[in-house]
Design a protein. Structure first.
Length: 297
């Protein structure tokens, strides 16, 4: 299997660059795509399926856009299922808005979720149950957080953490799983951080890119992380991978395209089945190993 070349970035990633333009484009596409209605949360803390908690006194359907900007929290306990086309948490920057979703045994399904937009802050916590969204953006244009502590988060296309310039996103997988059948981007043009705890699992069927134009950090601290291609410090970004008492597997790895990258293995194992390429061009890279790196490519 040939090594990945330094200048190679999969074409699909250019759909994200720059992050602010991409997020605005996605917002425009959702607005123009003929979704049935916009639903704004006007409750405090309450059941997602309570009609009186929405401005229209109707519950969003799979064709609708749902907005939570009033510091409220929509909950999905056991037996409750919710749907959306677009989910926007903390999008109204004029009021320093925030919006939250708490999944405690229920299920929430949709097309795209923006967690923290336009200078606001948003969060989704999955203690049990499932969040299933084709695309998830944590820290779209503001600050966003995703907490998985016993449940499951599933994405069929892409997960981005720290999307646009000035945005920040964090994802913490204490227990449970975060899995995408597509790609994972940490630090597109913003700042992104993911931590995988001892009971957590992060699975990426496609490619994982840590630091494209922004700064990205993936800390696997006792849990597990598997991916196809792994790229750190692409373009002008900074990418960091920390492995501590954990299991990491990848197909191929590129460290430092035109950015900077750092991999530190304190304890645990990184099993890479393809080639590992450490750039010596415009980027800087470091590889610090005190335990096991297995490269069978």
């Amino acid at each position: 299997m040939p090594l990945i070349k330094t200048r190679f970035i999969p074409q699909r990633f250019f759909a994200h660059l720059p992050g602010r333009f991409t997020a605005c484009l996605l917002l425009a596409c959702l607005s123009a795509s003929g979704y049935a209605a916009n639903y704004t949360w006007d409750g405090t803390v309450g059941d997602w399926n309570a009609p009186t908690s929405w401005s229209t006194d109707l519950v969003p359907t799979a064709d609708d856009s749902a907005y939570i900007n009033n510091s409220g929290t929509a909950t999905l306990p056991v037996g409750v299922s919710g749907t959306y086309a677009g989910l926007y948490l903390g999008r109204d920057s004029s009021s320093g808005s925030s919006g939250h979703v708490l999944i405690n045994g229920g299920n929430l399904t949709g097309i795209i979720a923006f967690i923290g937009g336009s200078g606001g802050r948003g969060s989704i916590t999955v203690n049990s149950g499932t969040l299933n969204s084709e695309r998830i953006v944590v820290g779209a244009l503001g600050g966003g957080s995703l907490m998985v502590d016993g449940g499951h988060v599933i994405s069929s296309l892409r997960v981005t953490v720290g999307d646009s310039v000035g945005s920040s996103g964090t994802a913490t997988i204490t227990n449970g799983t975060l899995a995408t059948q597509g790609d994972l981007i940490i630090g597109n043009s913003g700042t992104g951080q993911i931590r995988v705890g001892s009971g957590g699992s992060l699975s990426v069927s496609g490619s994982t890119v840590i630091g494209i134009f922004g700064s990205g950090t993936l800390s696997v601290d006792g849990g597990s992380f598997s991916t196809g291609n792994l790229m750190l410090g692409q373009t002008a970004g900074r990418g960091t991978l920390l492995i501590n008492n954990a299991s990491v597997s990848s197909h191929t790895a590129t460290l430092g395209g035109f950015g900077s990258s750092s991999v530190t293995i304190t304890s645990g194992t990184w099993d890479n089945t393809g080639g590992i390429f450490v750039s010596s061009s415009n980027g800087t890279s470091s590889l610090n190993i005190t335990d096991s790196l297995v490269n069978s490519g």
